[in-house]
Structures are given as structure tokens and as C-alpha cells.
Design a binder for this molecule. Structure first.
Ligand SMILES: Cc1cc2nc3c(=O)[nH]c(=O)nc-3n(C[C@H](O)[C@H](O)[C@H](O)COP(=O)(O)OP(=O)(O)OC[C@H]3O[C@@H](n4cnc5c(N)ncnc54)[C@H](O)[C@@H]3O)c2cc1C
Length: 463
């Protein structure tokens, strides 16, 4: 551990020395020079104040951190990147365990299985898999953490074809609250394996995850851009178009309102659009034929073309690197003309930067006994809206716009929501089917009866 990180720790009553002496990674406390840097989440609008931050480099380090936390009556909150930090509760009695140094990725081209250590971000897997002509069920953002995303479910551009990411996991290595290092799969710790696949981060500290890849080198994908004053018209045509699509086609209807800031590229800076993002994992000719009704609307820009599958990581234009944002989302049981009118009315001209409607269905709606805690997404669409929040005041303004939008769409909101798109604290029972929720609570009582492990969407043990 470096002297810079070690110096000037002070926190009355908490001596971090025994932990520092035991692990290869670093331990940083309030008052250390690096404190403000290490306590920071990817989402810069979240201000985290844990009791200490631990940066393990191995499963052995994680075991030592768990033992130290227990000995000092502290809890442990695992964090990969902090994309999902907004929903985390106060951390003052908690060690924030950041996995960012555990970054090894291995691809087995024969079994088509990837192994990612806990701190790996999606672009690292996507690029390594592409070298073998394989694709992963990555989300829209290149730097979301593979583990946090997958434990929460995982909604990728290929989800309608291959299902929820968590349901393609083949094994998970985890340090449990009792301090044991276990490999959970179909044969070992099957209940824990089931809970981790969609139940979130409340069941253990994952140190590595393994999951299926799919042979796919290119997709026909891109964005159709239209002026924002055509938002209702375009979204209604998009919605009708989604009624009859093969599982290979995934799409998003979205309003984008770019602020006039230098971080936004020149051609779109300060402008607003309604767009359709389309990703077709089939023959380009077929994709072209399917897109005809949307092209007939006369987009002002059309970037849909054949691209290497790894370029999907940039398609949604998510920020690369830490950014201050606040947003929220929910499942929608239907998207009809009335909803679209309200959606447009409560997004256009507000501080919301992006409001999207993603089309679900296909493989994410197909049940299987092999699946984990999130079997399917029943709702056919999901909404997510977000704005830039560099200050607490800006955060309040965006939160209130997003809250108003969600309120207007409440009559259409599905019974269950999707953990990864919920950035406000929800009733845990609303994230799962009733059967899954009760099973998760019983498993939590067995694997973590004292609720040592703190996740952003907690599950309370049921005894
Ligand atoms: C710009 C952006 C784009 C996104 N796009 C998509 C998308 O396309 N599809 C989608 O499904 N989601 C998407 N998300 C949501 C994202 O999947 C969630 O925020 C997810 O929780 C992020 O995981 P993380 O590890 O990066 O974040 P973190 O905040 O580090 O982790 C979130 C939670 O996961 C758990 N966790 C993380 N690491 C571990 C571990 N090692 N062991 C145990 N628990 C752990 C913890 O409970 C933690 O609080 C997006 C989010 C953002 C901000």
C-alpha cells in the first residue's frame, strides 16, 4: 500500500491498520489524501460517505475485509463502478468495497464462455469477445460494471433474441457473509446461484462471474433522427411498428435534448431530436426491409448500417467516464397514443436530457425453469429518463421533472419494475414476482442473517 494512501487516517474508534496489514489492496479512511477520490462513484451526483473504502485485489482480500467488518460491527457494500450508486442508502456504518482493481477477463472460444473478475467493465468483455467473433449480452454503456449489471438482470441490445443477461450466467464466485469463498453454479450452492442471477447484490460479494457468449460479428444498427417537433408522430409510428418484429430486432423510441455544452459533439450540440435506435442481429437486407416504415418518415439523419458488434457499446451515446446524472425508470404494460402524447408533453422543453422507451418482449418474456430470480420481464416496454445534475440544485430540478413524468405515466406502469433502471428506492417486493421475492428473503436469511452485505436494492432476511 502506498504511503500517500496510508497517511493521515483519522476516524475515532476505527483502526484500519489490522486490515491494511492483511490485504494486498488498499484501505482508505476519512482524512487520507486519497479519500475524496476513492469514495467517489461513477455517478458524480452521488456523495458517498462510508466508514472506509477498501480496494481488494483478490478473493483473499475480500475475505479479510469481510472478517474485519464483522469484527468492527460494520457492514460491507460492494461496488464495481458506482453507476448504480444513487439508490444506495447512507454508508456511515459501512465499508465501501470497490472491486475496480479486479479486472481480469478470460474468453474461452471453445465453450463460448467469458469469465470476468468483479471490477471488469462491459467494453473490456465486448472487445475481448469480438476477437473471437463472439458477442456478450452487454448493455448500452461501455463502462457499466459486468457484475452489478448482471446481478440486477442485464438488459442488452440482444435481449429480445437471447434473454436477460443474468439467465446466461453459468457460474459465480462469491465471498459470503460468513467469510467463505464459494463457487455457485447449478450443482454447488444452487439457491445462492439462483438468487444472484437477478436478485441484486445482497447475497454475497462476487469476485468473478462466468457467462455465455454468442457467435455474432456484425449487426445492422444505428439511429434514425427526426426533428423533436415530430416527436408524437414518430413515436406513434415506432410503437405500431414494434407490434410485429422478429426477436432479432431491438429498438428504442427516444427524445434527446442536448444542452449547449462542449462535452456534446458539434453537430447535435444544443439541439433536440426524436430518434429511433434500431439494432438488427440478422441479415442486413432483412433489417433494411424491416426499417422501411421508419425511413418513409424522412429522418434528417440516418446512421443505420452494418457495423462490428463491438460498436454497439457506443450506439446509445452513453457518457464514457464518470458523469453527474439523475434519472429513473419503470416498466410499462402498454404504450398507446395517449401515453405517447403525455410522454412528449412532459419531456420536451424540460431539463430531461434523454427519455427513452425500450421495446422488450421476445426472449426476455419467455419463461424457463433454468432461469434465476428474474425469470422474465412481463411488460412489453420499459421507460427511463435522465438529466444532467452537476449540483444539488440541478439534481432537484431534474428529479422533479422525472418524477412528474413517472407520475403521468403511472396508469400504464407495470406491477414489477426493473432493478437496474430503478434509481430511487423502491419497495423491494415491487422488483420481483411474489414467489421470487419470498424465496430471495429466505435465501438472504440463510446466507446473510445479520444483513452484513448492503446492496443498492436491499433484501431483508425472512426467518
Ligand atoms: C449510463 C448508464 C447506462 C446503462 N445502461 C443499461 C443497460 O443498457 N441495461 C441495463 O440492464 N442496465 C443499464 N444501466 C443500469 C446498470 O446496469 C445498473 O446501474 C447497474 O447496477 C450498474 O452496475 P455497476 O456495477 O456498474 O454499478 P455499481 O453501482 O457499482 O453496482 C450496483 C450494485 O450492484 C451490486 N454489486 C456490484 N458489484 C458487486 C459485487 N462484486 N458483488 C456483489 N454485488 C455487487 C451492489 O449491490 C451495487 O450497489 C445503465 C446505467 C447507466 C448509468
Amino acid at each position: 500500500m502506498s504511503e500517500i494512501l496510508r497517511s493521515r487516517t483519522f476516524q475515532p474508534g476505527l483502526d484500519l491498520t489490522p486490515l491494511r496489514d492483511r490485504i494486498h489492496g488498499d484501505v482508505v479512511g476519512p482524512g487520507d489524501y486519497a479519500w475524496d477520490e476513492v469514495r467517489q462513484a461513477w455517478n458524480l451526483s452521488v456523495d458517498q460517505h462510508p466508514a472506509a473504502v477498501a480496494l481488494p485485489e483478490s478473493p483473499e482480500d475480500v475475505v479479510a475485509i469481510v472478517a474485519f467488518a464483522k469484527a468492527n460491527d460494520l457492514r460491507v457494500a460492494p461496488q464495481g463502478t458506482g453507476h448504480g450508486a444513487a439508490a444506495l442508502d447512507r454508508l456511515d456504518d459501512t465499508i465501501l468495497l470497490k472491486t475496480e482493481r479486479m479486472r481480469k477477463v478470460t474468453i474461452d472460444p471453445d465453450t463460448r464462455i467469458a469469465r470476468a473478475e468483479a471490477g471488469v467493465i462491459w467494453i473490456e468483455v465486448v472487445e475481448a469477445a469480438a476477437e473471437h467473433g463472439l458477442a456478450a449480452l452487454a448493455g448500452s454503456s461501455p463502462d457499466v460494471g459486468v457484475v452489478g449489471y448482471t446481478l440486477g438482470g442485464g438488459l442488452s441490445w440482444l435481449a429480445r433474441k437471447h434473454g436477460i443477461g443474468a439467465n446466461q450466467v453459468t457460474a459465480i464466485e462469491v465471498v459470503t457473509a460468513s467469510g467463505d469463498f464459494v463457487r455457485a453454479d447449478w450443482a454447488n450452492e444452487p439457491d445462492l446461484f439462483w438468487a444472484l442471477r437477478g436478485g441484486g447484490g445482497a447475497f454475497g460479494i462476487v469476485t468473478a462471474i462466468e457467462f455465455n457468449l454468442f457467435p455474432l460479428e456484425e449487426v445492422y444498427a444505428g439511429i434514425l433522427w427526426y426533428p423533436v417537433d415530430r416527436a408524437a408522430e414518430v413515436l406513434k409510428v415506432w410503437r405500431a411498428w414494434t407490434d410485429d418484429l422478429p426477436d432479432e430486432m431491438t429498438s428504442v423510441g427516444r427524445i434527446l435534448q442536448f444542452p449547449p455544452i462542449p462535452e456534446i459533439p458539434e453537430p447535435v450540440r444544443g439541439q433536440s431530436f426524436v430518434v429511433v435506435e434500431a439494432i438488427f442481429a440478422g441479415e442486413p437486407d432483412e433489417g433494411e426491409r424491416l426499417l422501411e416504415p421508419l425511413r418513409a418518415l424522412g429522418p434528417v439523419m440516418d446512421t443505420v448500417t452494418t457495423i462490428p458488434v463491438e460498436e454497439l457499446s457506443k450506439l446509445h451515446m452513453d457518457p464514457e467516464g464518470p458523469a453527474p446524472g439523475t434519472g429513473d425508470g419503470g416498466m410499462l404494460d402498454d404504450v398507446d397514443g395517449h401515453l405517447i402524447d403525455l410522454f412528449v408533453e412532459h419531456v420536451v422543453g424540460t431539463p430531461i436530457l434523454s427519455a427513452e422507451l425500450r421495446h422488450l418482449g421476445g426472449a426476455v418474456a419467455r419463461r424457463s425453469l433454468q432461469h434465476g430470480a428474474v425469470d422474465v420481464f412481463e411488460a412489453p416496454y420499459i421507460m427511463y429518463a435522465v438529466g444532467i445534475a452537476p449540483t444539488p440544485e440541478a439534481r432537484k430540478v431534474v428529479d422533479s421533472a422525472v418524477g412528474r413524468l413517472r407520475h403521468m405515466l403511472a396508469p400504464w406502469e407495470g406491477e414489477h419494475t426493473y432493478m437496474n433502471f430503478a434509481e430511487t428506492r423502491r419497495k423491494p417486493s415491487s422488483l420481483f414476482s411474489s414467489a421470487s421475492y419470498h424465496r430471495l428473503r429466505r435465501i438472504k436469511a440463510i446466507v446473510d442473517p445479520t444483513d452484513l452485505i448492503r446492496s443498492n436494492h436491499p433484501i431483508t432476511p425472512a426467518f
